[in-house]
Design a binder for this molecule. Structure first.
Ligand SMILES: Nc1ncnc2c1ncn2[C@@H]1O[C@H](COP(=O)(O)OP(=O)(O)OP(=O)(O)O)[C@@H](O)[C@H]1O
Length: 670
């Protein structure tokens, strides 16, 4: 293809002239590319999302109706980033709203809702899915089959680890569609299971689970994460015609995909069907070093080879050589982390600073100071300051420090720590001890506190004369009466939760409330958690191994936060006030800084980024996939435009520090 050599000559061809940026020759080549299939693989910040926006705006300027321009992403954040890029280029908000921009999952959900005549319940928590998994286990146990009965390694009831293993396996099987693509006429045997990389029993349970989920072929009983994409991909694979469904595009002229590095077989199947039923120009962009969803079957081959192999149109690969987001200092660091060349054309400077902290509380204070320094800058927007965390539990100390300093914040990728189930449970116990649920000001939170008390106590509600009613209905009723009259909490706790809990749990709960009533001085939460024998309690109700680790970490960090309070009542009031502050911040988003998980901001950018807790055991996360941890670090640091501060433990620095500090960055934080 003949690319316009200079920027001026290309400008004459392009119909859309953006505001805010002057496209380079590389960008213009993509904006006006005549190629039916275009792929761009480039570094973070090298304007991949921007060129997709340019391509969409170009088509719109050439009179393609926005409804016929379809953009698909893997995450919600990427959809947000694409809309922001379109706005930045000068496309009016009203037009942006008309483009069809969605995650693959949302797009597929919408198409399926039309086919199935309504929405399907979505269960994302292991606790919600667990009963169906055990139903599947029972089914396999009752139908072991004659030939490979001895090969079955059936889990025993209560083996919570098996639920995790199952969900991980199911995610891979659905993302890769391995069974569907490879089984054909084969029998499900141990050899076959091994050939697709699954243990035989696991495969049998998976197939039974799917039968339960899809007992009604017209409409599944429920869906979990990414199931809409999988279900639609299965329909496409089975040859079902989607053309006559109104929500399935038939007149799309432009189809673009952001984050193509995260594409798996199910998404690719949907994409191929879209390309087959539309005479559209396609452009996909990605960066292999940003893959943090390998567990869902993400595979770079779809972007690199598969698309070209499966389509008759010539696929043109375009370069985007330079980062515009940050200058050479940060580009150098990103290049070291990802082990690849990294050039920059940013017209602004980016300062990178590494600061050491002694204790985690110092780290939180450093973040507060950085936020205050940012706030003091003329015209600084607080929403442009992001604190990016590897784990949600790390927010406990930072949230408290921000509240104390009077700095509003919003959270992204996780709830504020005061709203996490295990913290709501502690708040419930403190409310019972103080006989004061009314201090929890928001009614919705009172309800959540009640649910958490019931959930962690694994108790039941018994009401004379209402034995036939479901636990759900009885709980809803109880919640209603207690939220209306918070003084009923203590009697509800004593007469229902305590009375109907298992004897061992009852003793622990009673002991914990006693601690909360009588404790004074430091060590409150440790004493309360010890009385609860919290690990056993958590293990009893939380099915997911990952959730148990998270709950333990949240409570450990909460215990540290509780140290500053002289009495349980003060601590209880602090948690309630923290929630109140959080709500006020949410209503003043523009004035609030962003406290987010790294995973939730993939595709977004901020003027100023702080990355706290670079410490052993925190980041990289122990037992996690080493490459994905490195990719997560890469995603985190490449969100910054002008300032990046890395906060590293002085005593136990993260294993990443060697790579980060190969060349001393030198400059100071703002
Ligand atoms: N020609 C240009 N001149 C100046 N700034 C530009 C130019 N092109 C893009 N930018 C800016 O560079 C920044 C990064 O662009 P963009 O978000 O599109 O990168 P990306 O490759 O999609 O990043 P990521 O990999 O993190 O998703 C944005 O602020 C964008 O507006």
């Amino acid at each position: 293809m003949n690319l316009p050599a200079g920027h001026a000559s290309a400008k004459t061809i392009a119909h859309f002239v953006p505001k805010a940026i002057v496209p380079t020759a590389e960008q213009l080549a993509i904006q006006i590319s005549p190629a039916r299939m275009a792929i761009v693989e480039a570094n973070a910040g090298a304007s991949k999302t921007t060129v997709l926006a340019l391509r969409m705006a170009e088509a719109w300027t050439r009179h393609t109706h926005p409804d016929n321009i379809l953009a698909l992403t893997y995450t919600e954040a990427a959809s947000t980033a694409l809309k922001a890029a379109l706005r930045k280029l000068g496309v009016a908000a009203a037009v942006v709203a008309q483009f069809r921009i969605a995650t693959f999952e949302d797009f597929c959900t919408e198409v399926l809702a039309e086919i199935e005549g309504g929405a399907v319940p979505v269960y994302t928590e292991a606790e919600q899915l667990s009963p169906f998994i055990w139903q599947a286990v029972d089914w396999v146990a009752e139908h072991p089959g004659a030939r490979w009965r001895s090969e079955l390694l059936m889990p025993t009831l209560g083996d919570h680890g098996m639920t995790d293993a199952f969900l991980q396996q199911a995610e891979v099987l659905k993302g890769t569609m391995a069974d569907l693509l490879q089984r054909e006429e084969q029998t499900v045997s141990p050899d076959y299971a091994a050939s697709i990389g699954v243990e035989y029993t696991q495969l049998r349970i998976f197939l039974a689970f799917e039968k339960i989920r899809r007992a009604n072929p017209e409409k599944p009983a429920f869906r979990s994460r990414q199931d809409a994409t999988y279900d639609l991909a299965c329909m496409i694979h089975a040859g079902e015609a989607l053309r006559h469904h109104a929500r399935w595009p038939r007149t799309a002229r432009v189809i673009v995909v952001d984050e193509m590095h995260d594409m798996n077989q199910a998404m690719f199947t949907v994409l191929q069907a879209l390309l087959a039923s539309n005479r559209a120009f396609f452009c996909g962009v990605g960066d292999i070093d940003q893959v943090i969803h390998k567990a869902a079957g993400a595979d770079a081959r779809f972007m690199r080879t598969e698309l070209a192999a499966q389509n008759t149109h010539n696929t043109v690969f375009y370069p985007l050589t330079h980062s515009f987001r940050f200058s050479a200092t940060l580009a150098g660091l990103a290049g070291r982390i990802a082990g690849k060349p990294y050039a920059s054309m940013a017209s602004h400077d980016t300062e990178v600073a590494v600061v050491r902290y002694q204790h985690t509380a110092d780290c939180a204070q450093q973040v507060v100071q950085a936020a205050q320094a940012w706030k003091a800058r003329p015209k600084a927007k607080m929403a442009e300051f992001a604190v990016l965390l590897r784990h949600a539990h790390q927010s406990v100390e930072i949230e408290n420090a921000l509240i104390e300093a009077g700095i509003p914040y919003t959270t992204q990728g996780f709830d504020s720590y005061v709203m996490r189930p295990e913290v709501l449970f502690v708040r419930g116990l403190l409310a019972v001890a103080a006989d004061d649920l009314s201090s929890v000001a928001v009614e919705a939170t009172r309800r959540e506190v009640m649910r958490a008390l019931m959930f962690f106590s694994a108790s039941r509600i018994q009401v004379e004369g209402r034995e036939r009613e479901s636990q759900q209905d009885l709980l809803d009723d109880a919640i209603r009466s207690v939220t209306d009259n918070p003084l009923f909490l203590t009697s509800f706790f004593e007469n229902q939760i305590l009375r109907n809990a298992e004897p061992a749990t009852r003793q622990r709960l009673a002991a914990a409330v006693q601690v909360a009533r009588s404790h004074s001085g430091p060590g409150l939460l440790q004493a309360l958690l010890a009385a609860l024998q919290i690990q056993a309690l958590v293990n009893n109700v939380l099915v997911s191994h990952q959730r148990r680790i998270e709950a333990a970490a949240n409570l450990a960090w909460l215990a540290r936060a509780a140290e500053r309070f002289a009495s349980p009542t003060q601590f209880f009031q602090h948690l309630n006030a923290a929630e109140q502050k959080q709500r006020e911040s949410k209503n003043a988003k523009a004035a609030s800084l962003v406290l987010a998980s790294i995973a939730s901001v993939k595709g977004l950018e901020f003027d100023c980024v702080s990355l706290p807790y670079l410490a052993q055991g925190e980041f990289p996360a122990p037992h996690a996939d080493a490459q994905e941890e490195l990719n997560t670090l890469y995603v985190g640091i490449t969100r910054a435009r002008r300032f990046l501060t890395l906060h590293a433990s002085a005593e136990r620095p993260s294993e990443f520090m060697g790579r980060i500090e190969k060349k001393a960055p030198g400059k100071k934080a703002p």
